[in-house]
Write a protein that binds this ligand. Sequence first.
Ligand code: PMV
Length: 307
Amino acid sequence: MKASAPGKIILFGEHAVVYNRPALAVPVDQAQVEVEVTDSDKSGVWIDAPMVELHGELSTLPDDHPIAAVILKLFQHLGISQHPNILLTIRSTIPVAAGLGSGAAVSVAMFRALSSYLSHPLSDEQVNGLVFEIEKLHHGTPSGIDNTVITYNKPVFYMKHKPVETFTCGKPFTIVIGDTGVPAPTKESVGDVRRLWLHNENRFEEMFNEIAQISTMARRFIETGHPEHLGELMDQNQEFLKQMTVSSPELDVLIYAARRAGALGAKLSGGGRGGNMIALVDQAAAESVAASLTSAGAKRTIITEIK
Ligand code: PMV
């Protein structure tokens, strides 16, 4: 039994989304997790996950190991006490800790492959809820945006505690993603923003309101087929992220390089302090912006069409 899940980028509204403001996120098909579950002649639940250098049996892992936690959560959800003899093979082209949702994508693909193998396929709602539980184990207070966009595999306008809203693009547009190669410490940046918010609630609430307006306007431009206006909104969103202290010298260098190379706008994407930045480009300029990012130090670039 096989299942796959895409990566994701946040286009607008990271961090503000933790404070109940809307954010926009889209799936990225160029980065994928694939999970296969097969019968095994060895006893127990064997896991082969080369991207995290893991090959071992479930009972040798701590219960809170990100991969073990998914399996144990599913067994508990389905009331399975006798572990089956299986091999789970996990392959991923999503870089870890880069803001591309690798953790949530591994969880989504695992829940789907394993539940189908066990003849109890889960609905999207069930997958989304279970993956959110796993995200909480590892990230403290996640907003839930990663599990939502990756589970539904569609552009989402996400607000905590609100029904999931997916949306469609009036006209496709091109985003270049540039990876700083620096791990993004999302838990730490979310914690730092919380401390700053506690010290200066009025100022941060105002910034979050401005970002909420940016995300709302961006959704309208995307839906009505005017993605060319997103560049300016990305630049504005980036200014607020800088004020929140979640940009970094490496991100700033790449964002500057993208703008110089002709991008219509650029910002960090995800928790920040590392991980990825994104740039809106005319399709014809995508390769040259990606090349400029590489020259400026990007460890990897992805060109993706948002449809
Ligand atoms: O670093 P990522 O891609 O997991 O994104 C984090 C996004 C935040 O808004 C900073 C946190 C959250 O839980 O939404």
